[in-house]
Write a protein that binds this ligand. Sequence first.
Ligand code: GLU
Length: 514
Amino acid sequence: MKSPLTCLFCAQIRRHVRVRFAPSPTGMLHLGGLRTALYNYLFAKANAGSFILRVEDTDQARIVPGAVEKLVEMLTWAGLKPDEGPTIGGQYGPYIQSERMKLYQDMVQVLLQNGSAYHCFCSPKRLELLRKEAARRGEVHKYDNKCRHLSGSEVEEKLSNQTPSVVRFKLDHYTESWEDLVYGPITYDVASIEGDPILLKSDGFPTYHLANVVDDHHMEISHILRGEEWQASTTKHILLYKAFGWAPPKFAHLPLMLNRDGTKLSKRQGDIHVECFKDKGYYPEAVLNFITYLGGGFPHSGLQVGGFTLQELVDKFSLSSLSTHSAKIDVEMIDVYNRQHLVRLLQSETTRRALIEETRHLVRETFAHKMLENIDLQNYTLSNEYIGKVLHWAVVRIHRLQELVETQFEFVWVIPSRDITQALQYLHSNPEIILQTISLVEAMDDFSSFQLITKQLKKLAKTEDVKFSTFMKYLRKALSGLDEGPSVAEMICLLGQESTVLRLRHTYELLTQS
Ligand code: GLU
């Protein structure tokens, strides 16, 4: 930990951009939290600076066990790797506030000694009474600053009697404005609304305000980028910096992210947890692009230019393009970004190979038990060539890779089960048509045109004297087990000769055995 003395020089050496993401481990990381982390990361990297993770766990009662580990896991998944933080350390650590208690206690002494803070002995009962009275008058509760006026000897006496106490900050009226890098000049006289805030609680733990300011200073944070909901606290923080005699960092508040109905995001909302997107198979790039689309920060934000990599987002990010309007989340848009990313992955040879590998793994994992005993067919289905072809075909039909192993696309990977026999009753009376179709497909040498295949199937239907639509209905069932879906010609194109013939032979055997 840096000594306070070293930090006397901080103002001069604070050229390097240092920003922090400072979550409280009170639940799962949601889109709002990820947005704060992302913008801090982008700002740091765009300015050759450092991105720091600091865990603010001073409200011990609200800590959720395992939350820090999950948080680090989600940031890692999103690619927002901190340069300093609890798991990797750094020269300004520790990075968990509950491990920095001595520093907060020492800093409170500084404020007590210079007269900016005072001991308060008001009992919880008295405070409750004040709260009730304010409520009866229809006013917002405001501590009446009673203990500000205790004499030195009164304080000494109470302290030596071990009367439980907290330390409060003398909140002065502040009518100057400070510059928000996003919102412009802000004037907020917090003392006209609030009583003196607590800095140190009776259990010896600091409050958010004290720990936050002390750490931002000692960690030499140059810019604070955080949600707009903290803007009201900033005046209080600026007063604290003044009381310590420290130069405050620069502040930028990010507009609120709201639910579609205009309500605030909450850590309890499962559908906006970052982990939920990860588990559903969304790519981190899709989630990040979605967030930037909502929050601005790019000269030409918007759908038409999505699909950026994290590095591209860094290169394009500009704080001055951040919007001041709160954004309503339309979660479905993540699908659009995810597809965009899939398209992008298919465009370069290296990422295409990785995508094929990912698909093969997914297919094996899902269908290993259903895959044909026919090793040749299995090898064919899992070959790079076939998976690559399926991906090109599917990318306009799916948003997430996982959809490729859902029911409607199962036929792509496995042949229909015996259950289709019943549905193929019609063909019982005419199994020969299956043999004719096999011969037709075996004779085909061009599987690239739906039209050509349809033409040949129509010709066969005519020769065999069956209605084309009926023929197609049963052929679709035989090939895929589906009643609806892509056209039969499209299926044949996709499956290719080997797989189509094998499926038809399988159907023929089912019909002639039963
Ligand atoms: N611990 C606060 C939070 O949970 C940090 C706010 C700030 O960035 O100052 O969001």
